[in-house]
Design a protein around this ligand. Structure first.
Ligand code: ADP
Ligand code: MG
Length: 695
């Protein structure tokens, strides 16, 4: 039997030699199946010629006409204009770059067929740099019979090549449908009238003329939804497998956690809130069970999750185990080291910090201490789940700011906590409300606890939205605040998608502020500084030795300096709501009233305005998440980080939310009626990374 398309390299297709294969790899395409799942982002309609008299600006169209006149114009730039007509109207073609040969070919009397976007210019409609072809009036003319797909592509790989490849791939699929087996064929699927996989792919890659292009562009066509459903279902199945596997293994039971921590709780500088007490009870209860805890702790920024982590860690350590705490940034890991050392060192607990940038000798030393069990609590970044780290008796794994990690990183760390049939407890913490899509896929293996209350005395952060032109006024405000003993974050966010540029912007801003405010103490922190430098800058700010901390988004998560009560965010219009909420959460952590200024450049888009208004109107993380989903258009950049969590190929977390209603029933039925399909589905969409392979 020939191999499945998931096992057939794209190099079997015509036109794919090693160079092209390499470029396809950049798009994640190695097999025929990958290519089939590489879907168009939009379509062009080249199935009919539009009469020139019917054209409207804003659309794309294919047209054909006779050239009436071609002339060079010398305005601010040299350009070539061609005017064409077809008896119903006229159209101007405008070229800024053109060769002499092109100029000759567009001679008066020639017939030209063009495809391009129609733009208004004065009373006229024109196409700038259309694709065009001179037509031989004596030859028979063909016209596309299907809509033309436009694929996401990469440098050096032309749309036309991708179209050629996908055309061959769907040809193969039509000949050998058994090489991409249909996996949704239970009675429920039939009842839902789901299109077949092969039909969906054929349709999406080459939709018929009459297809509903609006639905296709939005990604909500039944053919597309069928694929998204299969993908979501597969992730759900994979997490269910994982969950049942955990349920089957034994935990390192920690009994009487409450007793083990009573003295610590008594001596805390503040009483726990009711919500904190409730979640800690839930966690302690889990720790005593025979199956390992898999708990997600959700609590808005500033709700006090760190102390919960400390309590759980203390219980596990006094119960005789080691604990690993993973944070997404070095800065946060460093801060956790300080906070937890303050709380736990007096109790004789050994804490180490393990980050990627540690000198080799020090790293070896810490790895050795983890292995022998001399170290009770290890705080670290990604370095924690690297291959060479291993623990003597890891009883509890805590992941802070989980939304910054991928599912797979979390699961990799869980594997560290597996000792034969025993599994460590896991506590996952996040400030980001989990959309249902994720809850039912990436997090379906977790129980949830929620801290729905902030510590007493907090005042809402007053938020203002101001244009960049008011910078001088804002700087004045910052000066006044500092003179009253307040501390300020000045955040320089992404101007372009480049960390280097972001750091540079922060450097420049720090210099300018230092010149303007020369009697204030200003410091700078960004991602390109050494870990020790960052730590000492943070220390100085925390202990009140500096007034203003100019920062990049390195401070976005977790940073806790309660005395800082003013935050300025530059280019706020470019950030997503979730990110703004996290950033703003760095102030309003003490009892002084705090403020946040969202600065924007240029004119705000409608959506940008709505986003900033949402930030001004509310500081409730759940409300912000709700608005975020509403404002987020399909395919918009804001979602990418969250999507990164799951590596979805086709489904979209916000767009396809409603599909989830069908997922549990489908999953249950497939597990019951065709369990042999489950690993196939998982492998097709979720890959082997979930570790289900060992099941
Ligand atoms: P987050 O949930 O964002 O991680 P943190 O754990 O950093 O929040 O806590 C925010 C601040 O609130 C810290 O300075 C912490 O010491 C303080 N805090 C936590 N719990 C309480 C409480 N019950 N009462 C008063 N302050 C608290
Ligand atoms: Mg935190």
């Amino acid at each position: 039997m020939p191999p499945g398309f998931d096992d057939t390299s794209v190099t079997v297709l015509k036109g794919i030699a090693s160079r092209v294969a390499e470029r396809l790899q950049h798009l994640g395409i190695e097999t025929i199946q990958d290519l089939l799942f590489h879907l168009p982002t939009r379509y062009e309609d080249r199935t009919r010629l539009r009469p020139l008299g019917s054209l409207r600006a804003g659309n794309e169209a294919m047209v054909q006409g006779t050239i009436e006149l071609t002339e060079l114009r010398f305005g601010r730039r040299r350009m070539l204009l061609s005017r064409i007509s077809d008896g119903t109207g006229f159209l101007t073609l405008r070229f800024f770059h053109f060769s002499a040969a092109q100029q000759r070919s567009l001679a008066k009397g020639s017939i030209v067929r063009c495809y391009g976007e129609l733009r208004r210019r004065g009373n006229d409609i024109e196409m700038v740099h259309p694709e065009y072809r001179i037509i031989d009036p004596n030859a028979a003319q063909t016209i596309e019979q299907t809509l033309t797909p436009v694929y996401p592509t990469t440098e050096g790989l032309h749309q036309l090549s991708l179209r050629r490849f996908t055309k061959q791939a769907i040809g193969l699929l039509a000949q050998h449908p058994e090489r991409l087996p249909e996996l949704l064929d239970t009675p429920l699927c039939k009842k839902m009238n789901l299109p077949l996989l092969a039909d969906s792919l054929q349709y999406i890659h080459r939709p018929p003329k009459k297809a509903n292009t609006y639905h296709l562009q939005q990604g909500i066509h039944p053919m597309q939804r069928r694929l998204a459903l299969e993908e979501l279902l597969s992730h759900h199945l994979s997490i269910r497998r994982l969950r049942s596997r955990i349920k089957d293994s034994r935990s390192l039971q920690i009994k009487e956690a409450k007793k083990l921590t009573a003295d610590f709780i008594r001596n805390l500088p503040f009483p726990l809130t009711a919500a904190q007490r409730r979640v800690i009870d839930e966690i302690f209860n889990d720790l005593g069970q025979k199956t390992a805890m898999q708990r997600l702790l959700q609590g808005d920024v500033g709700s006090g999750k760190t102390i919960i982590a400390a309590l759980a860690a203390l219980a596990a350590i006094r119960g005789g185990y080691q604990v690993a705490l993973m944070a997404p940034t070095e800065l946060l890991a460093e801060q956790h080291l300080q906070t937890l050392s303050q709380w736990l060192n007096p109790l004789g607990i050994h804490i180490s910090l393990l980050t990627g940038k540690l000198p080799a000798a020090e790293k070896r030393h810490i790895l050795a201490a983890m292995e022998t069990g001399d170290c009770d609590l290890v705080i670290g970044t990604h370095a924690l789940f690297q291959d060479d780290s291993c623990f003597a008796r890891l009883g509890l794994i805590i992941v802070d700011e989980q939304h910054r990690f991928g599912v797979h990183q979390r699961l990799a760390l869980r594997e560290k906590g597996r000792h034969g049939k025993y599994v460590s407890h896991q506590l996952i913490m996040t400030a980001t409300p989990i959309p249902r899509t994720l809850a039912m896929t990436a997090y379906a293996d977790l129980e949830t606890s929620i801290i729905d209350e902030l510590p007493p005395g907090r005042q809402p952060v007053e938020t203002a939205v101001m244009p960049e032109s008011k910078r001088a006024e804002i700087i004045n405000g910052v000066e006044n605040a500092c003179k009253q003993g307040r501390q300020v974050y000045w955040v320089c966010t992404l101007i372009e998608e480049s960390e280097a540029l972001q750091c540079q912007a922060a450097e420049v801003t720090a210099e300018i502020l230092s010149e303007t405010l020369d009697d204030l103490r200003i410091s700078l922190i960004h991602g390109r500084m050494k870990a020790t430098e960052k730590a000492s800058v943070m220390d100085a700010f925390r202990s009140g030795k500096t007034d203003i901390l100019v920062a990049t988004t390195v401070i976005e998560v977790g940073v806790d300096v309660p005395n800082a009560s003013l935050m300025i965010i530059e280019n706020a219009e470019r950030l997503g709501l979730a990110q703004l909420h996290q950033l703003r959460g760095r102030v309003g952590r003490g009892s002084t009233a705090s403020a946040c200024v969202l600065m924007y450049q240029g004119k705000l888009s409608v959506n940008g305005r709505a986003r900033l208004a949402a930030m001004r109107d509310t500081s409730d993380g759940f409300e912000i998440a709700r608005r975020d989903l509403k404002l987020r258009g399909p395919g918009e950049l804001l979602g990418t980080r969250q999507t990164g969590l799951l590596q979805l190929r086709i489904a979209d977390l916000s767009r396809d939310d409603d599909l989830l209603d069908q997922v549990p029933a489908l999953a249950a039925e497939i597990e019951k009626l065709s369990p042999e399909q489950v690993p196939l589905l998982i492998r097709r969409w979720a890959g082997d990374v979930m570790g289900y392979g060992e099941v």
